[in-house]
Write a protein that binds this ligand. Structure first.
Ligand SMILES: Cc1ncc(COP(=O)(O)O)c(C=O)c1O
Length: 386
């Protein structure tokens, strides 16, 4: 039977035809005027997306590259760095800071729980020499969201000069990000999630306070040297060969985001998150993330006893063309994750949920057909009425 491919991952996500078409063109000279013009347009739109007047740097790398650039440039060896971890990617931040020879403190949340804000206040109060706080806006591995505005507010109150660095790899262009208003110093992001592009571009937004830290950071770096990228970009160039094809795509995806409008886009992601969670709950499936910290970009689902997460994923993929993500690290085999970010329409959720119902029925669950879909439809209808 014909199967339409649905890539319901939390990244890479489905790339819109318009973006694919924009990338399907001849290379241009990356030292020429047309490139400089494109770069200028892209940087202006990225600043708009991040709600910042600060510098935004582009690296030809995945999201992890941008995160490593953040610690390599702004956390000096010996600096005390606090990492707030709500899952795999929070842990990755901490490892990167350790590799950069920072003295790393960790504040871990149980996987599925949100960040411990009271704990954060207490740790900062007892460690006024903390130089940087690392946090993950949307923890993709556990489907947990962090209220970055509240984290930044606490840091500003307790240790005013500490840098706040945010992993927004899976949240930028899906959840509101307000760099200047929140007084965040560093934001790392990547192309293959809500920005609707293939993997391969990393973004780093940098505040004035972070540039001051950079001046006193002796860590060896060349490729990741943020000052070098800033200098080149000011001349409409990049220090090394940029990912020209991906930048063609980025220019188009940013155009699409402008056309949709940021508020509409954030509303759509809220709707996708609510539809997915309501449908899963109605089907008797547990959600890993605590309700108040549930992410609108991805939903982590815990199958009932006796039903295998891997089997659900296999049947969804092989029989219905729907690809979901599995669990990572200690969650491997225990959960499956439905990504709903970027180029995802509410109707894509309805298709995914109705196929999930068929899979669950085939795996022995009774009374599931139509129930989750109806819950999703109800929320979608309310969304249209608002
Ligand atoms: C929250 C978060 N941070 C960091 C990363 C790492 O990004 P990349 O795989 O692009 O290096 C990911 C990727 O899934 C992510 O979801």
């Amino acid at each position: 039977m014909l199967k339409k491919p649905y890539l319901m991952l939390a990244g890479p996500t489905m790339v819109p035809e318009r973006v694919n078409a924009a990338m399907n063109r001849q290379m241009i000279n990356h030292r020429g005027a047309a490139f400089s013009e494109m770069l200028e347009d892209i940087l202006a739109n990225l600043r708009w997306l991040l709600a910042t007047e600060q510098d935004v740097l582009i690296y030809p790398c995945s999201g992890s590259g941008a995160m490593e650039a953040a610690v390599a440039n702004f956390a000096a060896p010996g600096d005390k760095v606090l990492s707030l971890s709500t899952g795999v990617f929070g842990d990755r931040w901490a490892v990167m800071a350790e590799k950069a020879q920072a003295r790393v403190l960790k504040l871990d949340s149980r996987w599925g729980d949100g960040v411990d804000l009271a704990g954060l206040t207490a740790v900062l109060a007892g460690n006024r020499d903390i130089k940087m706080v690392l946090t993950t806006h949307n923890e993709t591995s556990t489907a947990v969201f962090t209220p970055v505005d509240q984290v930044a507010k606490i840091v500003r109150a307790e240790v005013p000069d500490a840098l706040v660095a945010v992993d927004a790899v899976s949240s930028l262009a899906a959840l509101p990000v307000k760099m200047d208003e929140w007084q965040v110093d560093i934001i790392a992001a990547g192309s293959q999630k809500a920005l609707m592009l293939p993997p391969g571009l990393g973004f780093l937004a940098v505040s004035g306070r972070a540039w001051q830290a950079y001046e006193h950071n002796p860590s060896p770096k060349w490729y990741w040297d943020a000052g070098q990228v800033k200098k080149s970009q000011a001349k409409g160039q990049t220090p090394y060969t940029p990912a020209v094809g991906l930048l063609f795509g980025l220019q188009e995806s940013l155009r699409m985001i402008r056309e949709e409008g940021l508020e509409n886009r954030y509303c759509r992601h809220r709707l996708l998150g609510r539809m997915t969670r309501a449908a899963c709950r109605e089907l008797g499936l547990s959600l890993l993330a605590a309700a108040e910290y549930a992410s609108d970009c991805v939903t982590a689902v815990v199958p009932p006893d006796g039903v295998s997460a891997r089997q659900i994923q296999k049947l969804l993929r092989e029989d219905y063309g729907i690809t979901t993500a599995g669990g990572q690290k200690s969650l491997e085999g225990k959960i499956f994750r439905i990504g709903h970010l970027g180029n995802v329409a509410p109707t894509d959720i309805l298709v995914t949920v109705s196929c999930l119902e068929m899979v669950l029925k085939r795996l022995g669950m009774e009374g599931v057909l139509g129930r989750g879909t109806a819950a999703g439809q109800k929320i979608m209808l309310e969304g249209f009425e608002q």
